[in-house]
Design a protein around this ligand. Structure first.
Ligand code: FES
Length: 555
């Protein structure tokens, strides 16, 4: 039997007691835990509390690779525990800091092992994990782990029998046991019955003595202690952090499109993200390029992106196609989401042109997992130009390809796709500018509400006018700056020590957006929609300017 005082890893449940998509509730050293297996097989051991109102996640629903709190529907991702969706804020990305407390987990000898701060390895039992192990029925004891451990000492042991005690709290414990039956020394049913009877006897005895003793509760640790020698499950880093990842796979997914899988180096999993999110991939020359993540919900073992060969590009796509190789290490940013998906639509229409399919693949997988009504229309030159066939194949009848259409046929098809609609539907469009502009015009002519039409441009191909000069007053910084002709607002702010995040710096991604309190913006981006432009209360500082002499910004 293992020495409880030295055992940092504790068995919490028999692997076979974790039913498909069913959360399991347990406790360890006073910590309430939820244990659940995701569809990729990973067993999550988390504090059993929703971050919103503290409800038990063990009462929640598992929809594959996420668990959803039953109370207000917050979603949390497999592995990282990161919050991925808040129904009350359907278009906002939950903060990266919203993450459930997670504990390490390992499956071995037919048991799920975890610990509050486990060090080293799960005990080596010198037996093979496998079918020859008979896992005994775990037995709850209304007695402290120390009493249970002492009582088990009286058990008649054979080298093939192993017991472990899980301290639930100061007053209760659970005995887990297993028998190595590799020699087929007994019938499995007989083994289970025999040890169950023995454990029941021990339970009666140990519970009786525990009852006879005065109760003294010292209170077990209620907070997780950190062990600097252990590797965190997933990175905790700020929005501006960069993360080194390895190219674990690179393959041709369609004509002129490569798929790239990026794996964590120093962590077990990558940061949580929401469908529609992108990362910056930093090129050797220091420039960053944005690529949308195609992963489905809870897929945090690798990030998967698609890159089209652009002969006219400034080097990003050519570098990735021709130079980047499997095994190379690159830097990426935290995922950012300027193209968030509402998950409360009665129907979601996704329209992709070419490589614009990538964010829509992530969205499709989330909608599919939740059995929501959606359709993905993918416009491409030919079958060979359809990327990520392994994902689209899983979308079944919700995936519709439109191949080899002329520009006019494309617009006619989009018109028919957008034709009949109601106000609770949303459409997401991503693709080349002519297609996006055309689809937005069609949506407007069919009276789709502006805020139901969402789009993501690859880049801003508008001609940017930068010859005006104007004043920006920074309301919260008590600064008044002059934006000179030829300079952007963003550059002026940075030159004066005011930090504003940015990514594309061409008015396409929305990262540099700030609120306008007074003045009239001269919008030159492709990020804001028409009603947002007309409201005039926000501006993309990397390209847009002022029509008035002065703009007052909320920074
Ligand atoms: Fe992308 Fe300004 S940095 S819109």
């Amino acid at each position: 039997m293992s020495d409880l005082r030295e055992l940092n890893w504790y068995p919490l449940v028999n692997s076979s007691d974790l039913p498909y998509r069913h959360p399991y509730r347990s406790k360890l050293l006073g910590h309430e835990l939820v244990i659940w297996r995701a569809d990729d097989g990973f067993v999550n051991v988390w504090l059993d509390r929703c971050l919103h109102r503290g409800m038990r996640l063990s009462r929640g629903l598992i929809n594959g690779n996420e668990i959803k709190c039953q109370y207000h529907g917050w979603h949390y991702s497999n592995r990282s525990g990161g919050c991925t969706y808040i129904p009350a804020h359907p278009i906002d990305s939950p903060a990266q800091t919203l993450s459930c407390e997670t504990f390490k987990s390992i499956e071995k000898y037919g048991l799920v092992w975890s610990g509050i701060s486990p060090r080293g390895l799960v005990p080596d039992l010198s037996i093979e994990s496998g079918e020859s192990i008979v896992n005994l029925r775990s037995m709850f004891m209304r007695a402290p782990a120390s009493d249970t451990t002492s009582a088990l000492m009286e058990y008649e042991f054979s080298p093939k029998l192993k017991f472990f005690v899980q301290p639930l709290d100061e007053l209760t414990s659970i005995v887990h046991g297993l028998v190595d039956n590799s020699q087929n020394s007994g019938d499995v049913e007989d083994i289970l019955h025999y040890h169950n009877d023995q454990l029941v006897k021990i339970r009666t005895k140990v519970e009786f003595s525990a009852l006879a003793r005065p109760v003294r509760v010292n209170g077990l640790a209620n907070t997780k202690t950190s062990d600097p020698t252990t590797k965190p499950a997933s990175p905790q880093f700020s929005q501006s952090s960069r993360l080194k990842v390895k190219v674990s796979r690179k393959w041709i997914t369609a004509t002129d499109i490569v798929g790239v899988e990026l794996s964590p180096i120093d962590f077990e999993s990558l940061p949580t993200f929401l469908p529609g999110a992108h990362i910056d991939l930093v090129l050797p020359n220091g420039l960053a390029r944005q690529y949308s993540l195609t992963n489905g919900p809870g897929e945090l073992g690798t990030y998967r992106i698609g890159i089209k060969r652009e002969p006219q590009s400034s080097g990003g796509s050519l570098f990735i196609h021709d130079v980047l190789d499997e095994g190379d290490v690159v830097e990426i940013s935290m995922p950012r989401n300027n193209f968030p998906l509402r998950q409360d639509s009665s129907r979601t229409i996704l329209i992709a042109g070419g490589i614009g399919v990538t964010p829509l693949l992530a969205m499709s997988q989330v909608l599919a997992k939740q059995n929501l009504h959606y359709e993905l229309h993918y416009f491409a030159q030919s079958h060979e130009h359809l990327a990520f066939g392994e994902i689209t194949a899983t979308l079944e009848n919700n995936f519709i390809s439109h191949l080899g259409l002329s520009p006019m046929e494309t617009m006619q098809t989009i018109r028919s796709v957008l034709g009949a609609h109601n106000t609770s539907e949303n459409v997401y469009i991503c693709g080349p500018k002519p297609m996006l502009d055309g689809a937005r015009d069609i949506a407007q002519s069919l009276e789709w509400p502006d805020n139901s039409v969402h789009f993501e441009y690859f880049k801003n191909s508008n001609v940017i006018h930068s010859d005006s000069s104007f004043i920006v007053d920074l309301a919260r910084s008590a600064l008044s700056l002059t934006v000179e002709s030829g300079q952007t607002i963003l550059q002026t702010l940075r030159n004066n020590g005011v930090a504003v995040p940015s990514s594309c710096e061409q008015g396409a991604c929305g990262t540099c957006l700030v609120r306008v309190l007074e003045g009239t913006p001269d919008h030159q981006d492709v990020y804001l929609n028409e009603s947002e432009r007309q409201r005039g209360d926000q501006i993309l500082t990397c390209v847009s300017r002022a029509l008035s002499e002065k703009l007052t910004l909320d920074i």
